[in-house]
Design a protein around this ligand. Structure first.
Ligand code: GRF
Length: 216
């Protein structure tokens, strides 16, 4: 199967990036990482990319604070230079603009550490705890022009325990993030995802989210 060329956008530690790299190296994904791009020069994710001999590019956001479109034009240039077919946001702390979304329609994925549409935005594990939900989890979704509002591809559920802190809950969710992001990329690579309005339909049998709930 032809490998999908993935561009991963990061801002920080890059544990999701690492999980994707590891799964590619194990031969579990029909994908290759064409480039890793960060808006932060010192993002540890860039270090991870270099360790695996992957192109690691810093696109500075300095001077672009209120010029998000102009910044996305810079990103677009880099992504196209590396022949990126699918963009994966993995802890990228900037809002993507229509400039990028129009260039990559339904070809941008994001991972979010909550069960969307509950708890969009930032600090969501803390918000979930404070709200007292009994289950949380993570979501991989297509990126649209809203904040964490795009069509949901796959979710994993984790229990919230009485003794949980923000850290312990985040960690339990993160373990699932590392599984479902690769799973979503593979579904995309296999051409199994289609859209029916906001619903993402997965062809070829198994109901992926249910599978994760039953076999975490
Ligand atoms: C993850 O929790 C992800 O869901 C969120 O940002 C965090 C990034 O973590 N969007 P890492 O950089 O992949 O370790």
């Amino acid at each position: 199967m032809k490998k999908v060329r993935v561009g991963v956008l990061v801002s920080g530690r890059g544990s999701n990036l690492q999980a994707i790299i590891d799964n590619i190296e194990k031969g579990m994904l029909s994908a290759e990482i064409a480039v890793v791009i960060s808006d932060q020069a010192d993002a540890y994710a860039l270090e991870r990319a270099r360790t695996h001999h992957l192109p690691a590019v810093h696109v500075s956001a300095k001077g672009y604070r209120n010029r998000r479109d102009a910044y996305d034009t810079l990103l677009l240039r880099e992504l196209q230079k590396y022949g990126v077919e699918l963009i994966c946001l993995a802890g990228f702390m900037r809002i993507i603009t229509p400039t990028l979304i129009k260039a990559y329609p339904n070809r941008i994925l994001n991972i979010h550490p909550a069960l969307l549409p509950s708890f969009p935005g930032l600090h969501v594990q803390k918000a979930a705890l404070e709200h007292g939900v009994k289950f949380s989890g993570c979501t991989v979704h297509f990126v649209d022009e809203g904040m964490d509002t795009g069509p949901i591809i796959i979710q994993a559920v984790v229990a919230v325990l009485d003794k949980d802190t923000e850290e312990s809950l985040s960690q339990r969710i993160l373990l699932q993030e590392h599984k479902i992001y690769s799973r979503a990329i593979q579904l995309y690579a296999e051409g199994r995802l289609s859209l029916d309005g906001k619903r993402v339909l997965v062809s070829g049998g198994r109901v992926e989210s249910v599978d994760f709930l039953m076999n975490p």
